[in-house]
Write a protein that binds this ligand. Structure first.
Ligand code: ADP
Ligand code: ADP
Ligand code: MG
Length: 447
């Protein structure tokens, strides 16, 4: 087992990893930027190293500085969290050549799944149903129009290197396609340093359903069920839950099997998530992408399966065989997560950085808060806007919703705007209670 793990991240996920390490008796190293000197992950880690100024490119994305911190502190593994370097194959490769274990899948697997067009091709070959569209990167408007005519409008143009809900454009007509295509390419180049885009059929108001998988380094792969992540704004998730209320036992087992087959086909190791779109009209499931890292919403799976996914990541990376079989995995009760962001939901979710003057977190039975915030904490404007993840667990979905409403009511954050009022409205809405929503929910519900 590892003696010391460096966490190449910040915010709540850095804390999440530190907590798992503490319970496993592993020492931790926090790295931080000058803007994060007062962050909780720095306080709670056994050791800490300042790796540079606030901009991510000079700190959390700066590979030489992170590697130096690992060398100086003699860390034997690095946990990348999510975002930043978590899906950077070169970083994983470099760790391996420095004899520092990267807690994630092999670099070749990260690279293959990180190119979203390549990932789809791989999955199609493994017999996994995919959203129809181009088989490769599309380089010019003429080709884009040809493909769109074949699959039919509306279509969505997506960056092969995209992530975080960015780099996507929808087109309903050939004329709109021409503009959207060129804009998408330019945006992809600017945001991801890669202009490559591909085209997919745009499915109207689908459900986003993803499967959590775990693979060890001995060829065993299991799944931990699904998460419904359909409550999104601008293609970014706001609320996630497990299980998905519109999946029956047999579809769940079927989708789980497809995910395990997909992960096995690429020799997947460690924790990963396979995202599908569920076309509510045709009833079909289609592979969309694979995220080769721990996911923001992993706690909803944890509260329903009682599997600690971060500990599993560490055990797997240390070479341990999975201690559980598929038949050991049980799903008990219901879990919901609300992402509490420093954003103003009444001003189109505009970011609202600043100082938290009052902070009171909810508690009680079935309530979990994963957060790096505290009273007097100043939210730096440089990073993403998530303040806390509020997770509730209960024996039924109805009770879980009522518990979430209760916990949201107890959550007091003053000094900045947050998404708490939005979440409260959603929990009180009939449409959410019925569970019949798709990814278009927020657009119609929150005008
Ligand atoms: P999840 O899929 O775990 O729900 P998100 O898609 O919301 O997570 O992304 C998790 C974090 O990673 C967010 O902070 C997001 O901005 C960031 N992120 C994900 N992919 C990329 C990427 N390719 N480039 C930059 N940031 C990314
Ligand atoms: P990211 O890497 O940014 O997470 P995804 O490919 O996972 O990008 O897509 C993010 C979201 O965008 C999905 O959850 C879904 O809401 C929407 N989306 C992506 N592709 C399609 C599609 N073909 N049809 C309809 N919605 C889509
Ligand atoms: Mg995604």
């Amino acid at each position: 087992m590892f003696r010391k793990i460096l966490i190449a991240n910040r915010g709540e996920v850095a804390l999440r990893v530190i907590r798992a390490c503490k319970e496993m008796g592993i020492r931790t190293v926090a790295v931080y930027s000058e803007a994060d000197a007062n962050s909780l992950h720095v306080k709670f880690a056994d050791e800490d190293v300042c790796i540079g100024p606030a901009p991510s490119s000079e700190s959390y994305l700066n590979i030489p500085r992170i590697m130096s911190a690992a060398e100086i502190t003699d860390a034997d593994a690095i946990h990348p969290g999510y975002g930043f370097l978590a899906e950077n194959a070169d970083f994983a490769e470099l760790c391996s050549s420095c004899k520092i274990k990267f807690i994630g899948p092999a670099p070749q697997v990260i690279a293959r799944m990180g190119d979203k067009a390549e990932a789809k091709k791989t999955m199609r070959e493994a017999g996994v149903p995919c959203v129809s569209g181009s088989l490769d990167i599309v380089t010019d408007v003429a080709e884009a129009r040809k493909i769109a005519a074949e699959i039919g409008y509306p279509i969505i143009i997506k960056a092969v290197a995209g992530g975080g809900g960015r780099g996507m454009r929808i087109a309903h007509t050939p004329i709109a396609l021409s503009t959207a295509f060129v804009t998408a390419q330019a945006e992809a180049e600017k945001s991801f340093g890669n202009p490559g885009v591909y085209i997919e059929k745009y499915i109207e108001d689908p459900k986003h359903i993803e499967i959590q998988v775990l693979g060890d380094e001995h060829g065993n792969v299991i799944h931990l069920g699904e998460r419904d992540c359909s409550i999104q704004r601008r293609h970014q998730k706001l609320i996630e839950e497990c299980p998905c209320s519109s999946l029956d036992e047999s579809s769940r087992a079927n989708l789980g099997e497809i995910a395990v087959r997909a992960a096995s086909a690429v020799g997947y190791t460690n924790a990963g998530t396979i995202e599908f779109l569920f076309d509510r009209r045709s009833g079909g499931f289609y592979f969309m992408e694979m995220n080769t890292r721990i996911q923001v919403e992993h706690p909803v799976t944890e509260v329903v399966t009682l599997v600690d996914i971060v500990k599993q990541q560490i055990l797997i990376a240390a070479g341990e065989p999975l201690q559980m079989k598929q038949s050991d995995i049980r799903f008990v009760g219901h879990g919901i997560e609300c992402r509490i962001n420093a954003e103003n939901p009444y001003q189109n979710f505009r970011p609202s950085p600043g100082k938290i003057v009052t902070y009171h977190a909810p508690g009680g039975n079935g309530v979990r808060v994963d957060s790096h915030c505290y009273e007097e904490y100043v939210i730096p404007p440089y990073y993403d806007s998530m303040l806390a993840k509020l997770i509730t667990r209960a024996s039924t979905r109805d009770e879980c919703i009522r518990r979430m409403e209760r916990a949201l009511g107890e959550f007091i954050i003053e000094g900045i705007s947050t998404t708490i009022p939005f979440h409260l409205e959603v929990m009180r809405s009939e449409e959410f209670k019925h569970g019949t929503f798709g990814t278009g929910f927020v657009d119609t519900f929150w005008k």
